[in-house]
Design a protein around this ligand. Structure first.
Ligand code: COA
Ligand code: AMP
Length: 633
């Protein structure tokens, strides 16, 4: 069998053949004859003449092959004390029925459906039902507040929104319906209907446009209104997933159908070493790209079993839940964010909970979403005694840019590196002038165009932003927004974002978005939000505000009150997930002579690194004044 080097080389040197062959893993309504349409760079299209249905490939294909009795999905919910399993045949039927419900509400090929749901199987069913109809889903993470949901509704223009009465956050029940109602009230493009899954922890009051999930599916079933898969073009969008950019306006990352399905189908056996009949447990959320690719689509395309877990790594109720799930389901690959392991390490440093479970089925731990710090790497490796695989990817890319291809061969692991580029990812590091740097030297990490299948073909309704944000900095390259280096062996080292995006507990957030919220407070003249290092969450945001003249900051209790108001404002406007808890009042912000706030310098001082002060600084004394505040001295 070919090794990594050979496979990688063939993916770059003989791209057409490599990906056409990978595409053979799927059922095509019209098999593609051409791999890539490169007639209009940087807008590349994969398998332009192919037609397929992704839900058919994820479900019906396996049932038709006689594997309908295999377990497709296990729902494990320690927060509600429930567990449910679906075979491929059962999941196919649920999806077909719900697709019938959506069709009954007017959803057709190309229409958008926003899904705002907690980690329940119905979230995956709704996604797959959209895919079955050729409709485009846009899942919004349940931790986002009404305003963020409204922004996404306005951009996507959904015909229907699918939601639930509540989610369960640790021990708290979070009612979703009031958030959804508020979001619809705030949005300019109202959906025609909503479908609400009622959960017993909190029942929602239904209004004129609200449809009850259980009633609607029961009726569709009784009426025999299950929907068959609708073949779509490979290049048609499967979903839009909004992610944080440098401003408050999220980017609608578009995912195509055939390219994405091909990339995921390739990645399951070759990266995650998970084949049909084996089990992968991805402890993330369907609201993130990791959830789309490796809770829902990837495992099902592979005919594997996926675990959908509603709970936290710790506190629901303890730090042993991942091990319990692994043991009960004979999980082969576990995938989560490093922050989850830091949380487990804090609660259970000696692995006492691990000892209570038989985790002998577990072959690999995959970690992504943020940099895997070498200390967490070592702790997890020693604890589990299996390969701990850091891999690097982004919402934009849909699947890993760099990883250790466990299913092909396990390459030597270098702590701090997500290993080597995956097929089709021609990763390079450039300096500011666009010249490649020497191995070991940090620069902007880019990927030479065209990007492989699975990566985003554009941003929703915004080709210009696609070009300007990603394709303009270096002609012919995709700007990842991450900085780092390649070493002499071709290993990738990702050191952090070069823009105003931060990663808090594996959640991607925009400091620019938080700044917009702080700036909206009546007392705030200007502000800056920076991401600083945090031992648990990787990074956390810190806010700095300058008050408008005339505001009496000396008034009794003023500072406390303002801080609380600002923290609450961010929770209300963005969501608790923003985790902004620390806001300081400062007399001024350090700026360049052209007025740009020196966020990078501020971050360096806050993190205690020796960040050089740029020569373009306007007034160096401002930095001296706020240095103790940044350092919390
Ligand atoms: N709905 C509503 N609120 C949510 C939410 C959701 N789906 N997800 C998170 N929140 C809230 C939390 O309750 C918390 O609220 P609080 O400030 O009132 O306590 C806040 O948002 C911050 O959440 P989080 O950053 O997740 O911190 P935490 O202390 O609750 O949990 C971890 C910490 C490490 C256990 C948790 O972040 C985790 O499991 N991370 C794994 C990350 C992950 O899966 N990333 C996806 C990419 S792989
Ligand atoms: P998201 O789009 O939410 O998946 O976040 C993508 C960003 O997370 C990347 O641009 C990186 O900054 C960061 N990231 C993800 N995985 C890794 C990793 N393995 N190592 C370092 N950073 C990572």
């Amino acid at each position: 069998m070919a090794g990594y080097e050979e496979i990688f080389r063939s993916s770059v040197e003989d791209r057409e053949r490599f990906w056409l062959r990978a595409a053979e893993a799927l059922d095509w309504h019209v098999a593609p004859a051409t791999a890539l349409d490169d007639s209009n760079p940087p807008f590349y299209r994969w398998f332009p003449d192919g037609e397929l249905n992704v839900a058919h490939n994820a479900l019906d294909r396996h049932v038709d092959a006689g594997n309908g009795d295999r377990t497709a999905l296990v729902y494990d919910s320690p927060v509600t004390g429930s567990r449910r399993t679906y075979t491929y045949a059962q999941l196919r039927d649920e999806v077909a029925t719900f697709a019938g419900v959506l069709r009954g509400l007017g959803v057709d090929r190309g229409d958008r459906v926003v899904i705002y749901m907690p980690m329940v199987p119905e979230a995956a069913i709704a996604m797959l039902a959209c895919a079955r109809l050729g409709a485009v889903h846009s899942v919004v993470f349940g931790g986002f507040a009404a305003k963020e949901l409204a922004v996404r509704i306005d951009d996507a223009g959904p015909k229907v929104v699918v939601s639930a009465s509540c989610g369960i956050e640790g021990k708290r029940v979070i009612e979703y319906k009031p958030l959804l109602d508020k979001a619809i009230e705030l949005s300019d493009r109202k959906p025609e209907a909503t479908v609400i899954l009622q959960r017993e922890q909190a029942t929602a009051q239904l209004g004129p446009i609200d449809v009850d999930w259980a009633e609607a599916t029961a009726k569709a079933r009784a009426d025999g209104r299950a929907a068959d898969p609708v073949p779509v073009r490979s290049t048609d969008p499967l979903y839009v997933l909004y992610t944080s950019g440098t401003t408050g306006k999220p980017k609608g990352v578009v995912r195509d159908s055939g390219g994405y399905a091909t990339a995921l189908a390739w990645s399951m056996p070759n990266i995650y070493d998970v084949d049909a009949g084996e089990t992968i447990f991805t402890a993330s959320d369907v609201g993130w790209v990791v959830g789309h690719s490796y809770i829902v689509y990837g495992p099902l395309l592979a005919g594997a079993t996926t675990v959908l877990y509603e709970g936290k790594p710790v506190g629901t109720p303890d730090a042993g839940q991942f091990w319990r799930v692994v043991a009960e389901n004979r999980v082969k690959s576990l995938f989560t964010a490093p922050t989850a392991f830091r949380a487990i390490k804090k609660e259970d440093p000696d692995g006492a909970f691990l000892a209570e479970h038989d985790v002998s089925s577990l072959r690999y731990l995959f970690l992504a979403g943020e940099r895997l710090d070498p200390e967490t790497y070592r702790w997890a490796s020693n604890l589990l005694g299996i390969p701990v695989i850091d891999h690097w990817w982004q919402t934009e890319t849909g699947w890993p840019i760099a990883a250790n291809p466990a299913g092909i061969e396990l390459l030597d692991i270098k702590p701090g590196s997500p290993t080597r580029p995956m097929p089709g990812w021609d990763v390079q590091v450039l300096d500011e002038t666009g010249r490649p740097v020497e191995p070991g030297v940090d620069g902007a990490i880019v990927a030479k165009l065209p990007l492989p299948p699975g990566a985003f073909p554009t941003l929703w309704n915004d080709d210009d932003r696609y070009v300007n944000s990603y394709m303009k900095a270096f002609e012919g390259y995709y700007l990842t927004g991450d900085g780092g280096h390649l070493d002499a062996d071709g290993y990738v080292f990702v050191m952090g974002r070069t823009d105003d995006v931060i990663n808090v507990a594996g959640h991607r957030l925009s400091t620019g978005g938080m700044e917009e919220v702080l700036a909206s407070h009546a007392d705030v003249a200007e502000c800056a939000v920076i991401g600083v290092a945090d031992t648990m969450k990787g990074q956390i945001p810190r806010g700095f505000v300058v008050l408008k003249s005339g505001v009496d900051a000396e008034a009794e209790g003023y500072e406390e009150r303002l801080r609380a108001e600002l923290v609450q404002l961010v929770r209300d406007q963005i969501g608790a997930v923003a985790s902004l808890k620390d806001v300081a009042i400062v007399p001024a912000l350090p700026k360049t002579r052209s007025g740009k706030i020196l966020r990078k310098t501020m971050r360096g001082i806050a993190d205690g690194t020796d960040e050089p002060v740029p020569s373009t600084i306007d007034d160096a004394s401002v930095l001296d004044t706020i240095r103790p505040i940044l350092r919390r001295e």
